[in-house]
Write a protein that binds this ligand. Structure first.
Ligand code: SER
Length: 313
């Protein structure tokens, strides 16, 4: 099919880079960016943009019709830390945005949908190392609860109404082009800004808290990759891994390039969240089912981040 794509949440951490990559592949005019706030210069200049509130289903429907959209990437979410501060608002946004789009897909306005899940679906009872695709899944955060419910609703719409919805459980994502907002894994981006600006960083997690992470390019490739096959062997939200590290290990890797860099630790409430998440991910199902393979390792990621940020801050 000729794809006409709508990215909802195109001004966010993932949405921004996703739009630019999709435009490279499908052509600028075939990828419509949309958000409640303006995007960065590149997104706004390179192709169409619609101001769109995903909570307003009629508005979304109008945009779908106007641009004859076939595929939607729904990249809207309140992340883990902010969700803990405002549980009901996070639940409302994370769930109702999904319901609006699932209903429109069910009614034939969208042929294929991407919806992001997260390592946050896992909880304190989940095995932490090489966390399997199918395991104990009892999240203890508002964000995790909303992502798990979303996964189940996606399966429901798939099984009951045949909606073609595809999903990935992202680990922490790292990029020098966009910054995250309100997540537990945000330190892994902040640390690079501070390493360059101040040669020191105070981390809000304990030094030995290992979490699964990924360089953004790999996440974007996975996101676009899972949308390619005509069909998938199964429509679960796929585990996705690349590498894992603790703040101390990341600091060591940065020190190899910036020897004066110093890290100190002042754990806050985010530590509680991090402790409930996996340390590494078994993503063999994604590798087998649709050929997922990460390309960027930890050291390369550090090199890319330091080089990229030197020029921008
Ligand atoms: N990066 C997210 C967060 O920390 C996890 O999906 O909230």
């Amino acid at each position: 099919m000729d794809s006409k794509i709508l990215v909802i949440g195109s001004s966010g951490q993932i949405g921004t880079e996703l739009v630019l990559k999709l435009r490279e592949i499908y052509g600028n005019k075939n990828v419509i960016a949309s958000d409640i706030r303006k995007g960065n210069y590149e997104v706004m200049e390179s192709g169409p943009f619609e101001y769109l509130d995903v909570m307003n289903k009629n508005e979304v429907k109008e945009v779908l019709e106007k641009h004859e959209i076939t595929e939607v990437y729904l990249m809207v979410a309140i992340l883990s830390v902010i969700a803990e501060q405002n549980p009901l608002k996070a639940w409302e946004l994370n769930m109702n945005s999904l319901f609006n789009i699932l209903e429109l897909a069910k009614n034939g306005y969208i042929k294929r949908l991407f919806w992001p899940s997260s390592i946050a679906v896992f909880g304190p009872d989940t095995p932490k190392e090489m966390t399997p695709q199918d395991t104990v899944i009892k999240p203890s955060t508002v964000y995790g609860i909303s992502k798990l419910a979303g996964e189940n609703w996606c399966s429901y719409y798939r099984n009951k109404y045949g909606v073609d919805v595809r999903s990935i459980r992202y680990p922490g994502l790292i990029s020098y082009k966009t910054t995250p907002g309100g997540g537990t894994t945000d330190y892994a981006v902040e640390i690079f800004y501070e390493a360059i600006k101040r040669k020191s960083y105070t981390c809000f997690l304990e030094k030995d808290t290992v979490l699964p992470m990924m360089y953004m390019d790999d996440a974007i490739n996975a996101t676009i990759g899972i949308m390619q096959p005509e069909s998938l062997p199964s429509y679960v939200s796929y585990n996705l891994g690349a590498f894992s590290f603790s703040p101390e290990e990341l600091a060591e890797a940065i020190k190899m390039k910036i020897p004066q860099f110093e890290i100190s630790y002042k754990p806050d409430a985010r530590q509680e969240i991090a402790m409930t998440w996996p340390q590494s991910i078994d993503d063999s199902k994604a590798r087998k089912d649709w050929g997922w393979e990460p390309k960027v390792g930890l050291e390369e990621m550090v090199d890319i981040m330091l080089q990229g940020l030197h020029f921008t801050i």
